[in-house]
Ligand binder design. Sequence first.
Ligand SMILES: Nc1ncnc2c1ncn2[C@@H]1O[C@H](COP(=O)(O)OP(=O)(O)OP(=O)(O)O)[C@@H](O)[C@H]1O
Ligand SMILES: [Mg+2]
Length: 413
Amino acid sequence: MAQRKNSSVPIVGLDIGTTKVSVVVGESDPGGEIEIIGVGNHPSHGLKRGVVVNIDKTVDSIQNAVEKAEQMSGHLIKEVIVGIAGGHIKGMNGHGMVTLREKEVTPKDIERVIESANALLIPAEREIIHAIPQDYTVDRESGINDPVGIHGLKLEADVHIVTGDVTAARNIIKCIEMSGMTSVDMVIEQIASSEAVLTQDEREIGVAMIDFGGGTCDIAVFINGSIKYTESITLGGDHLDRDIAFGLSVPLPEARKLKENHGMATANQNGLIMSDEKVEVKTASGHEPKNVFKRDLTTIIQLRMEEIFTLIQKEFSKHGFIGLLPAGVVLTGGSSKMREMTTLAEQVLDMPVRIGIPRDVNGLTEIITDPIYSTGVGLVKYASLNKGPAVTAGGLTQKNVFRRMKGWFNEFF
Ligand SMILES: Nc1ncnc2c1ncn2[C@@H]1O[C@H](COP(=O)(O)OP(=O)(O)OP(=O)(O)O)[C@@H](O)[C@H]1O
Ligand SMILES: [Mg+2]
């Protein structure tokens, strides 16, 4: 095992994805800059659609990825900030209201007003993962970002509340503990990835971030600098692999290779359709390789991609976001590496689309400027940004909720 080179405690993001576990080790310098000093990746076999379904396989992947990250960073990893995803993650907007005891807003009032928003909305079988203030109102003055010190009689807050299934969270924590580590915070993956790939300007203007991974599409919408919506659609790159394997009668691992090496999200652009171009593919052992038409591969991919982006477009429309996202969509995650992805996404979503890679970090940039690292790097950035009291609107954590979450962890172990 690697020896610790220095006494500083690293910030470690653990992204337990459907196709890979990745560990990102960072250090934050006094100027607030983050340096990525180690990365470890290992294939993941214990998850389905973003949720742990096999503890032993997941622990094995985590341990392998952690060992690689320890070797690269020279740190022993004991504590991690972990991501959580899956169809069970639900975001909703709540409203809280309290009277001011001191006739001016104190940090304690902010905790109370967020608590009061939580109390109104949470169904009994779910647990809060985040309660993120969007903006505050003191008496009749609304749109306040940081109300501490403002005089008034009544404080109100709009709060984005994210809840998740207790069992799914509990299994993640169990895997981390069985790997010999502790989890110091749990963050939904779309918030982590947003932290890595979005600019502050985009969040102010109005933007949707979509992390298109192997098992899920995790979505976050920001308007006026605040998070307004979080959703997870349980469709991802794995579904494309299955469609290709079925449609072209090839083994699943070959289908994935075909997709990654030759796949295109659409062939409609600039005469890109290759009428007769073929690719040779291995078939089941003992059988001859076969040739498949690239145009057939593209047709299969395009159908599934259109389905996924149409679903997302309907969600945006249902929630009234059409016209509120001038900065468009930022696509990240491994599946965003598909050729012609932005072309197809722009056609279906009818807004500008760019591919997001982790930004504003130093260190191993040649490795981590890849959409597969958005969640891992984002977890490190999130942890580094949320060290102090975070009670202003748009801040992505709220300490009293986190304390409660710690209690929730302890209930089980
Ligand atoms: N060049 C490429 N073209 C198309 N797809 C790609 C390419 N490279 C990787 N992928 C796909 O990206 C997916 C993995 O992405 P990612 O690492 O973001 O997923 P994950 O984090 O493991 O899963 P999830 O977040 O959904 O739980 C796989 O389906 C993989 O085949
Ligand atoms: Mg992922």
